[in-house]
Design a protein around this ligand. Structure first.
Ligand SMILES: CC(C)(COP(=O)(O)OP(=O)(O)OC[C@H]1O[C@@H](n2cnc3c(N)ncnc32)[C@H](O)[C@@H]1OP(=O)(O)O)[C@@H](O)C(=O)NCCC(=O)NCCS
Length: 169
């Protein structure tokens, strides 16, 4: 299995991430947050222009390719002091789940934290997204409170914050 995790730089790569987002979000999230909120979030957070803007603001997007084909993506957001890194996006196409790709991506994110000198990797996850919550717990993350965020358009995100301390590893 050839796995490649590459930093997203070009307009084509950004389009590939946006296409993956369309596919994965429309498959996974309608039962959890409803189609209207999926549409709203895809347009405002995961369209090509939105992703370009995030990259300009310091997000690191990475494409995950299996056998040279896009299989998922992630985004990391280092804090200004680089003490902590947010795993802002982690999405694997449904046909590739359960085969260790998510684990490989978390390992990659932890290596990137190490390069940056960051001691904490954290994320937010929808409170009803049970499978990924179990996945993160399996990977050593613990819940660190609830986050309720108004994202506009009449939509509210109800998330858990989850944290993994990397100090001493
Ligand atoms: C969460 C996600 C990234 C996990 O990726 P994956 O490639 O399926 O995970 P892996 O195959 O590497 O699984 C790693 C471990 O987590 C466990 N795990 C994975 N999915 C799980 C689930 N739904 N429930 C319970 N455990 C799970 C696996 O059993 C495995 O355990 P092991 O360490 O004993 O082998 C992937 O399922 C996904 O993209 N889901 C949909 C999108 C999403 O909600 N993303 C998260 C947004 S915050």
């Amino acid at each position: 299995m050839t796995l490649e995790i590459r930093l997203v730089n070009t307009a084509d790569e950004i389009e590939t991430v946006a296409a993956l987002a369309q596919e994965i979000w429309n498959e996974h999230f309608p039962p959890i947050i409803g189609q209207a909120q999926v549409d709203y979030m895809l347009e405002n957070l995961q369209s090509a222009p939105a992703i370009s803007q995030q990259i300009a603001g310091g997000y690191e997007y990475y494409l995950v390719n299996l056998e040279e084909r896009p299989a998922g993506y992630l985004a990391l957001v280092p804090s200004v002091d680089e003490e902590a890194v947010q795993l802002s996006k982690l999405y694997v196409k449904s046909e590739h789940r359960g085969g260790g790709l998510g684990k490989a991506i978390i390992d990659f994110a932890e290596r990137r934290c190490d390069e940056l000198g960051a001691h904490t990797l954290w994320l937010t996850v929808n409170q009803h997204n049970a499978g990924p919550i179990a996945f993160y717990e399996r990977r050593g993350f613990t819940r660190d409170g609830e986050l309720v965020m108004d994202i506009g358009g009449g939509f509210v995100m109800q998330d858990y914050k989850m944290v993994k301390s990397l100090a001493g590893e």
